[in-house]
Ligand binder design. Structure first.
Ligand code: BV8
Length: 233
């Protein structure tokens, strides 16, 4: 059974990572174009560094939740071929035991050099004084994340996997950011079954064959046990 699974901020909410549009949403208080766009970074790099330094500290303090653990178990299930795609830039899927995770919007615990293009691990604060460990450049490091207007990672791989999948599942995403929000339509066009697991109705709920309401920490482990039961593990 080939499953392509997309996660969003909702799967990390129960771990204490802010979502984007909740009442205390990340974008609250920050204009997206100021903190998550190349133009915003050019205009005020330190504002952007402060925004991501704060999120990096938060991610290093939290832990994966039962939804992350259940997806790692699903990936280890015989007869299941799982492609796990996330819009999240935290590392909770990996810390939950998932070995293969496609971060289509990048990773908070990595930094990239604008001069030589090197991508390096990053657990400390970044600033204009940060030095690239590869080319020794300065005032050239940025978070290795995909900003608005930038092309997400792995789109060709994702679209190929969706068109040959048996099932497309979306967990904890509002379906408001593209092209991720289009994946369910790609799946429908390819005749693939689609399932949504989300706390609230999303902008894409109407496109899914089935949509279940609840917290990821409850819905995901229950759904994974269903799949395992059908696989006769
Ligand atoms: C691009 C990284 C060109 C940085 C992010 C078509 C139409 C309109 C606009 C566009 C379009 N195509 C492109 C655009 C422009 C733009 C876009 O989509 N704008 C929107 C705002 C209208 N897209 C882009 O710019 C993209 N790039 O298009 O390049 C291109 C593309 C393809 C090919 C060629 C050229 C780049 C977008 C990526 C931006 N970077 N993140 C960072 O994180 O700081 S986006 C960021 O916001 C996240 O990664 C994520 O994608 C998004 C947040 O959404 P969610 O994760 O869904 O979170 P949200 O809070 O919204 O919702 C949470 C959900 O969980 C809710 O439904 C809630 O009910 C639920 N929930 C809450 N708690 C729980 C729960 N569910 C279960 N359990 C719980 N406990």
């Amino acid at each position: 059974m080939k499953i392509v699974l997309l996660t969003g901020a909702g799967i990390s909410a129960e771990s204490g990572v802010q979502t984007f549009r909740g009442s205390d949403g990340l974008w609250e208080g920050h204009r997206v174009e100021d903190v998550a766009s190349p133009e915003g970074f050019a205009r005020d790099p330190q504002l952007v560094h402060n925004f991501y330094n704060g999120r990096r500290k938060q991610v290093l303090e939290v832990s994966p939740n039962p939804a992350h653990l259940a997806l790692a178990k699903l990936a280890r299930t015989r007869g299941v071929e799982l492609m796990l795609v996330t819009q999240n830039i935290d590392d909770l899927h990996e810390r939950g035991g998932s070995e293969e995770v496609l971060h289509m919007h990048g990773e908070l615990l990595k930094a990239r050099c604008n001069d030589c293009g090197a991508v390096v691990p990053c657990r400390e604060d970044l600033s204009r004084a940060s030095i690239c460990p590869i080319c020794r450049g300065i005032d050239c490091m940025r978070p290795h994340v995909v900003w608005f207007g930038e092309i997400p990672f792995g789109l060709d791989e994702i679209s190929a996997a969706i068109s040959s999948a048996d099932l497309f599942v979306a967990i904890g995403t509002s379906g408001r950011v593209y092209p991720a929000a289009s994946f369910v339509s790609w799946a429908r066009r390819a005749g693939v079954r689609t399932l949504e697991l989300n706390l609230e109705v999303s902008d894409a709920t109407g496109v899914f064959h089935e949509s279940r309401r609840g917290r990821a920490g409850d819905l995901v482990p229950a759904w994974v046990e269903e799949v395992i039961a059908t696989k006769g593990h």
